[in-house]
Design a protein around this ligand. Structure first.
Ligand SMILES: *[C@@H]1O[C@H](CO)[C@@H](O)[C@H](O)[C@H]1NC(C)=O
Ligand SMILES: *[C@@H]1O[C@H](CO)[C@@H](O)[C@H](O)[C@H]1NC(C)=O
Ligand SMILES: *[C@@H]1O[C@H](CO)[C@@H](O)[C@H](O)[C@H]1NC(C)=O
Ligand SMILES: *[C@@H]1O[C@H](CO)[C@@H](O)[C@H](O)[C@H]1NC(C)=O
Ligand SMILES: *[C@@H]1O[C@H](CO)[C@@H](O)[C@H](O)[C@H]1NC(C)=O
Ligand SMILES: *[C@@H]1O[C@H](CO)[C@@H](O)[C@H](O)[C@H]1NC(C)=O
Ligand SMILES: *[C@@H]1O[C@H](CO)[C@@H](O)[C@H](O)[C@H]1NC(C)=O
Ligand SMILES: *[C@@H]1O[C@H](CO)[C@@H](O)[C@H](O)[C@H]1NC(C)=O
Ligand SMILES: *[C@@H]1O[C@H](CO)[C@@H](O)[C@H](O)[C@H]1NC(C)=O
Ligand SMILES: *[C@@H]1O[C@H](CO)[C@@H](O)[C@H](O)[C@H]1NC(C)=O
Ligand SMILES: *[C@@H]1O[C@H](CO)[C@@H](O)[C@H](O)[C@H]1NC(C)=O
Ligand SMILES: *[C@@H]1O[C@H](CO)[C@@H](O)[C@H](O)[C@H]1NC(C)=O
Length: 260
């Protein structure tokens, strides 16, 4: 008689476990990290358009899949995602201008990024600006010829923000020139010219993001998300959405009690 209790407990434990693991909340299941085929796992605050529920991510953090690449579409330009560090809230981006097989690499066609500072920040400690100077109204000195973009048919010059020849070039260009800037990662004092600037563009650059912290929810076994209807952070848990963290429910406590 004494020995029967553990058997009954075991039976009920299995029954509840079985029941529990096969009735996961659909939103919890749909927020499982996915990728575009490039191995970059996408989860909160990001979500993949048409692949993950928009409630799995934060508004403005939508990513797209294109030919097995992950793409971030900003209003001014599209970027290929190269890496995401969820712990440091950093996303590494590369101008998709150099990942598509375009032969025309005129930087003057890009537009300055005006990122929403409430979402993304370009870290000016690690990035500098690559300038494209074009539409000159006067002839640029032959001395500055090395800055001429060799991959662009039009007259266009490229250099980094702190280049000592910047003023000479813009003056020589006749001040009427069109200037656009692209963030690049280049150690202090580094320079580029019209022949090797693609090396730094291809390396990409990091942006930091701002979004509600996911740590508490994630360590409790949940998946973070954002309910668009109520416009609030949610911690999606196996049983149902919670506000912050998946607190053990009654069944869990019962099981924990039994196994101790
Ligand atoms: C993506 O997630 C899978 C499954 O959790 C894991 O095996 C893989 O290492 C992850 N990839 C990266 C780049 O973190
Ligand atoms: C898709 O990507 C592969 C390699 O990543 C590339 O070789 C191919 O040209 C791309 N296709 C298109 C249509 O861009
Ligand atoms: C980004 O890519 C999408 C889809 O290919 C395209 O519709 C959009 O115009 C692109 N945006 C820019 C700024 O090039
Ligand atoms: C992120 O942090 C967690 C714990 O805080 C750790 O287990 C994990 O390895 C870290 N991931 C990376 C890529 O640093
Ligand atoms: C890219 O390359 C593929 C095959 O190499 C070709 O079919 C496609 O037209 C190219 N796209 C552009 C925009 O040049
Ligand atoms: C840049 O560096 C300064 C000082 O080292 C630091 O206070 C600041 O937070 C850094 N900015 C970013 C965006 O990391
Ligand atoms: C970064 O930008 C901020 C404001 O835009 C500025 O105050 C700060 O001096 C900059 N830091 C560096 C290292 O350029
Ligand atoms: C630029 O140089 C060309 C010949 O090298 C000359 O014909 C033209 O007048 C010059 N233009 C200006 C604005 O100086
Ligand atoms: C830059 O301009 C200054 C003053 O006009 C001139 O002395 C110097 O030689 C120029 N440097 C180059 C590389 O053209
Ligand atoms: C782009 O930004 C650079 C400096 O960051 C500025 O000099 C230039 O005027 C801007 N161009 C446009 C078209 O806004
Ligand atoms: C580009 O070439 C110049 C020489 O013209 C060199 O000083 C510079 O270090 C090179 N930059 C890179 C990123 O390779
Ligand atoms: C968002 O919240 C509303 C109202 O509480 C609820 O009806 C809806 O199911 C929630 N959506 C998700 C994806 O949790």
């Amino acid at each position: 008689m004494k020995k029967q209790y553990p058997t009954i407990f075991l039976f009920f434990s299995f029954f509840f476990l079985f029941n529990y693991s096969f009735s996961l909340d659909p939103i919890f299941e749909s927020c499982v990290p996915k990728d575009c085929g490039d191995g970059i796992n996408i989860s909160y605050p990001f979500f993949i358009h048409d692949i993950q529920d928009p409630n799995c991510g934060y508004p403005g953090f939508e990513l797209h899949c294109n030919n097995r690449s992950t793409i971030l579409q900003l209003p001014e330009s599209n970027f290929t995602v190269k890496h995401i560090d969820y712990n440091k809230s950093r996303i590494r981006l590369q101008s998709s201008m150099f990942t598509s097989n375009r032969t025309d690499h005129c930087l003057s066609t890009i537009r300055n990024i005006t990122s929403d500072p409430n979402r993304f920040m370009i870290d000016n400690n690690t990035t500098t600006k690559l300038y494209s100077i074009s539409s000159c109204s006067s002839n640029v000195s032959r001395v500055l010829e090395k800055y001429r973009n060799r991959l662009c048919e039009n007259e266009e010059y490229v250099m980094v923000k702190d280049d000592t020849n910047f003023k000479n070039l813009t003056d020589g260009c006749g001040r009427g020139g069109k200037i656009v800037a692209m963030p690049v990662e280049l150690g202090g004092g580094g320079v580029v010219d019209g022949g090797n600037y693609t090396k730094v563009v291809e390396k990409g650059f990091d942006m930091r993001w701002r979004a509600g912290d996911c740590d508490v929810c994630e360590t409790s076994g949940g998946r973070c998300g954002f309910n668009r209807t109520v416009f609030q952070f949610r911690c999606y848990c196996p049983d149902r959405p919670h506000m912050v963290s998946c607190k053990p429910g009654k069944i869990f406590r019962f099981l924990l009690f039994c196994t101790h």
